[in-house]
Structures are given as structure tokens and as C-alpha cells.
Design a protein around this ligand. Structure first.
Ligand SMILES: [Zn+2]
Length: 223
């Protein structure tokens, strides 16, 4: 259902290449309406009354890492929070208000069973972390990941900026996972066995997905 809808959307957007992006988006909406609202009215009405997503994903804002697209989701499947570099701040961080609210709602009210941090390679946020972004609006957010950069430098003191970035891309989802574990609602869910948390890494160039294995402390391919 969704695949056919997206094919139609892609076809439409190619044909409308001269339109402003917002106009292309607006023109694509009827495809969604036809593919879901008209085709599955009962399901959409049920979703109007209540959402019951099984999982929450915390992903980067990057346009190439849309969780709903990557994982073939339908409306209501996935509760999503997106932030640059998919960072989850420490519990007491002033930068974490929105993520605290979103994860608490997902775990306590929606009862999601899985929390997944989705990092990715070629991440502009991680690149900014390594290169520095002083005196820009990004600085307040990206400094959340300073411990990640410090860890990368301690592990690879001779690494160049590009290599440090690659190391940080792999460390950042793990850092976020560790921070998530300290959120009280997450800790409760884990302790009671009704929640699992995961760190995934999407490799843009290869189009491959990996999961961090906490026992071996390495990433393993999915599936
Ligand atoms: Zn990114």
C-alpha cells in the first residue's frame, strides 16, 4: 500500500520539478489521502480516536534518514522524535526538555515496547561537532555531544577530523542509549521488562543497518 503510494508521489514530484518544494509537497498530499484516508477509512478513523505505536524512534533531522520511509511504516506505526545527530542529552540537561517529554509520553502513556536511537553516517551534526560551530544556533545543541568527541579523541588521539567524525558517528548512538537508561520512565520500563532500548546505525553510502550489541560493544548488521 505505502510502496505504491510513494511510487506515485515520486512520479508526481519528478513531473513537477519546476514547482517550489512546498507546492510539490502540497500536490503530493492527495496521493496520501487516496492511499490511506479513502482506501482504509475504518483504520484511519480508529487512528483518529487513538494511536498505539509499538515503537518510538529517535532519529536525526537529516532528510535522508526519515524513519517512516526507512522502515516502511504506515500511519500510527511509529512515534518519532527527530533532533540533529539523534542525540539524547543527559537527564538534567537544559537541552533535553523536548526529548524528556516525548520519551516519557511514549513510554508512560502510549506504552511503546521499543525505544530506538537511529544514528547515521555522513551526519552533518556530527561533522559540526568535530569541526566546531562556535557562535551559531547549533552550538547550544551540539555541545550535548562533547563527551562523545572527547571519548573519540581519547580512543584515537592521532585521528584526523574525518576519522574522528566516523568514530563519533558510531559512539553517539551509544552515548544516547546510556543517557536514555537514566531517564526514570525508561529505567522503570526496563526494570519491569515492558521496554527495550536499542542503538542503530544507518550507513548512508552502503544502505545498510547495524545494531549496537552491548555485550560485545560492537555494531552488528541487521538482519
Ligand atoms: Zn545527521
Amino acid at each position: 500500500m505505502a510502496d505504491a503510494t510513494r511510487d506515485e508521489v515520486r512520479s508526481d514530484t519528478r513531473a513537477d520539478g519546476d514547482l517550489r518544494p512546498c507546492e510539490r509537497l502540497a500536490r503530493a498530499f492527495p496521493s496520501y489521502h487516496a492511499g490511506y484516508c479513502e482506501k482504509y477509512p475504518e483504520k484511519m478513523q480508529a487512528l483518529f480516536k487513538k494511536q498505539s505505536p509499538g515503537a518510538m524512534m529517535l532519529s536525526c533531522c537529516d532528510s535522508r534518514t526519515d524513519p517512516a520511509l526507512l522502515f516502511s511504516c504506515h500511519p500510527g506505526d511509529l512515534f518519532v522524535h527527530r533532533a540533529i545527530a539523534a542525540l539524547v542529552p543527559p537527564l538534567d540537561s537544559p537541552a533535553g526538555a523536548c526529548i524528556r517529554a516525548a520519551t516519557c509520553y511514549a513510554v508512560e502513556s502510549l506504552g511503546v515496547r521499543d525505544l530506538i536511537v537511529l544514528g547515521h553516517t555522513a551526519c552533518g551534526g556530527i561533522s559540526a561537532l568535530v569541526k566546531g560551530v562556535a557562535d551559531t544556533p547549533l552550538e547550544d545543541w551540539i555541545r550535548v555531544a562533547e563527551p562523545v568527541l572527547a571519548r573519540a579523541k581519547s580512543l584515537h588521539p592521532e585521528a584526523c577530523a574525518q576519522e574522528l567524525g566516523q568514530v563519533c558517528e558510531r559512539l553517539a548512538p551509544v552515548y544516547s542509549l546510556k543517557n536514555l537508561e537514566t531517564y526514570p520512565w525508561v529505567a522503570r520500563g526496563l526494570k519491569e521488562g515492558r521496554l527495550t532500548i536499542h542503538a542503530w546505525l544507518y550507513s548512508l553510502r552502503e544502505g545498510e543497518l547495524f545494531e549496537y550489541d552491548t555485550r560485545s560493544e560492537t555494531y552488528r548488521p541487521i538482519p
